[in-house]
Design a protein around this ligand. Sequence first.
Ligand code: FE2
Length: 180
Amino acid sequence: MRAYYYDNLPGDQRAPHQCDPPRLVSGEILEKLNVKFWRIELDGYEDKLNAVAKERGYKNRDLINVTKEGLGELYEQKIKGFFEEHMHEDEEIRYILSGSGYFDVRESPSDEWIRIGVDPGDLLVIPAGIYHRFTLDENNAIKALRLFQDEPKWIPYNRNAETEVNPHRLEYLKVVGVSA
Ligand SMILES: [Fe+2]
């Protein structure tokens, strides 16, 4: 897991977009944003992942495999879709099995993008109500477990005037100590 402020420069979203010089983001800053993460080595990961899942009430999981080959012509379109700034009313939980990618999360109240690079063995929990987006990196492949509490509700609400007053957004801001 690597985290740093995104440079906001135009260009391929899959490029690292590090500032020059880099502006690294500490685990403490991520914790303040209620973004949670664990490192669980792939070798024998099941028990540890099951323990976290049990503690946090993640009853179900499935596998997502995003590759250029797998998605074919839809690839570019899909990749652009994942990169739309959005929020969910539930946590987004990913355990990376292979490949890599970037989750960008909005810092509040600065509204700056923080880029989180994930690699195999990273478990990331993006809280409900935080604005975020995802992209593959230049390796163009990621395989991850998606964990969820009950039924999978993968509804992305793209950022707009309505999401600004969504109760899950307002609750999130309260949790991180920012008033809307
Ligand atoms: Fe999402």
